[in-house]
Design a protein around this ligand. Sequence first.
Ligand code: ZN
Length: 189
Amino acid sequence: MSEFTPHSSPIDTGWIEVIAGCMFSGKTEELIRRLRRAKIAKLNVKVFKPKIDNRYSDSQIVSHNEQSLPSIIVDNPFEILDLSEDAQVVGIDEAQFFSNDLIDVANKLADNGKRVIIAGLDMDYRGIPFEPMPQLLAIAEYITKTLAICVNCGNPADRTQRKVASSERVLVGAADSYEARCRKCHFIP
Ligand code: ZN
């Protein structure tokens, strides 16, 4: 007989959790919820977001329902390694705006025994997977897909509908140019 018994959460190791979904699906809200609980457990928590995201606040991650947590803005994912040496839990928001170097960084953090919680848009406004999210979903131990509600028909929504004509992949700080739509109601403007 093996002496192996499964644990409900990992012990003596790090791991990666990814929260993926469209805009307005509550990704940041869920990230903040998990990080708050880690803080209540007196764990050392560090939170990062990419430099591109200047909406609402420069030094916080903020959900659409206006919950917030202090965060550190970084340009290059490798900065996260240096800045989170003493952290037990590392939160990363808006992961789709980081380069693919975030894949290596997330693996290194988890290899170093940290719990890594990453939130990001899994598809762009066309419904195309948004790197590095596909790769992060592949290397994560735990995946949560958050769904919004389609504003057109009320079905669960996993697409971000752009309401203005633009071929830029990202319109930063323009949340009112988007709404959540289901597969049936989504189209590329
Ligand atoms: Zn719909």
